[in-house]
Design a protein around this ligand. Structure first.
Ligand code: NAP
Length: 320
């Protein structure tokens, strides 16, 4: 097929987001010889960089600090020629050209690109109570799969009553001595099957109609101060871990009205990471899916880059 003349553009791919999905997409795209820019947020950090120890990423049997793992992703991507810019992406729009280009406005710059990979991630909803930020990584956690094994034979508190809270509480019973679920209502939001399992689990206790008021501790967490929302009474539950599952917030506002999203704001893709908009792909925690882990984000990133490569090959008339 003969090469097609395309409108003037700055990049083949712009990847938005500097977490495992974004950098994996960057490694694959740059290695494929595509002119690729990765925009990492100037005012946000990937969730992985605040994870103390990742011990379930394949190939690293001794585990690795989240920030160190991201540095490895980044140096590997740079080796293949990925361009990186620390700027918050402000908006995305479509050009009037044929074929249309995507215009990405980041900081005070504007770029035209053939395709975009959204890898903007999601973050756990914070409760904003005293001690929550101070003890992050020192007993406060938002991921039982990541941190559960550190609480072998210890007491932990789980905050929340949804599927995540109850599924993670069940997972924590593999390690912890006692798991106290603190929920603001008198019944759970979680699916019936999870509720049934949790009620049958001897290690799980429930404190109803209560909210987390403060995380207490010295160098590390020693307890959760909770408040009864009916009586106003305060009490402290001794625990070395406080796991908070109050829902997640995807970073997808710049994609509103551009790609289809689910009710919670996650970007809907097919299994090759195509979104509802031609030339926009999504990878990692910002897309609607079941399991959000470093390894699944990396897999998404590779798939998104490959799909973008096929898309660009078709646009350029270079598809094999
Ligand atoms: P979620 O369903 O939004 O539940 C969040 C929980 O946190 C709710 O119980 C909520 O209380 C509580 N909460 C929110 N803000 C709070 C606050 N300020 N103080 C105290 N508690 C607060 O979130 P999720 O459990 O992470 O689930 C998200 C989505 O993923 C859901 O669609 C879920 O079905 C899905 N998911 C599925 C599975 C599975 O299929 N196995 C596993 C995990 C997640 P209220 O109930 O009072 O609102």
């Amino acid at each position: 097929m003969a090469s097609t003349k395309l409108p003037q553009h700055d990049y083949d791919i712009i990847i938005i987001g500097g977490g495992p999905a974004g950098f994996t997409a960057g490694i694959y795209a740059a290695r494929a010889g595509l002119k690729t820019l990765l925009l990492e947020g100037a005012s946000t950090v990937s969730q992985i960089t605040i994870t103390d120890l990742i011990e379930n990423y394949p190939g690293i049997p001794d585990g690795i600090n989240g920030l160190d793992l991201m540095q490895l992703f980044k140096s590997q991507a740079l080796k293949f020629g990925l361009e990186i810019l620390s700027q918050d992406t402000r908006s995305i729009s479509k050009s009037d050209s044929e074929p249309a280009l995507w215009i990405v406005n980041a900081g005070d710059k504007s770029f035209q690109t053939l395709s975009i990979i959204a890898a903007t991630g999601a973050q756990w909803r914070k409760l904003g109570v005293p001690g929550e930020t101070e003890f992050a990584g020192k007993g406060v956690s938002y991921c039982a799969t990541c941190d559960g094994p550190f609480y072998r034979n210890r007491d932990v508190v789980v905050v929340g009553g949804g599927d995540s809270a109850i599924q993670e509480a069940l997972f924590l019973t593999h390690f912890a001595t006692r798991v106290t679920v603190v929920h603001r209502r008198d019944r759970l939001r979680a699916a019936a099957i999870l509720q049934k399992r949790a009620f049958a689990e001897k290690k799980i206790e429930f404190v109803w109609n209560a909210v987390l008021a403060e995380v207490a501790g010295g160098d590390f967490v020693t307890g959760a101060k909770i408040k009864d929302v009916v009586s106003g009474e305060m009490k402290t539950i001794n625990a070395e871990g406080v796991f908070i599952f109050a829902g997640r917030l995807p970073h997808t506002s710049i994609f509103h009205n551009i790609v289809q999203q689910d009710n919670a704001g996650y970007i809907i893709t097919n299994d090759t990471m195509n979104t509802s908009a031609a030339g926009i792909f999504a990878a990692g925690d910002c897309r609607a899916k079941l399991f959000r882990q470093v390894v699944t984000a990396a897999g998404d990133g590779a798939n998104a880059a490959f799909s973008a490569e096929l898309y660009i090959g078709n646009l350029k008339g270079e598809a094999y």
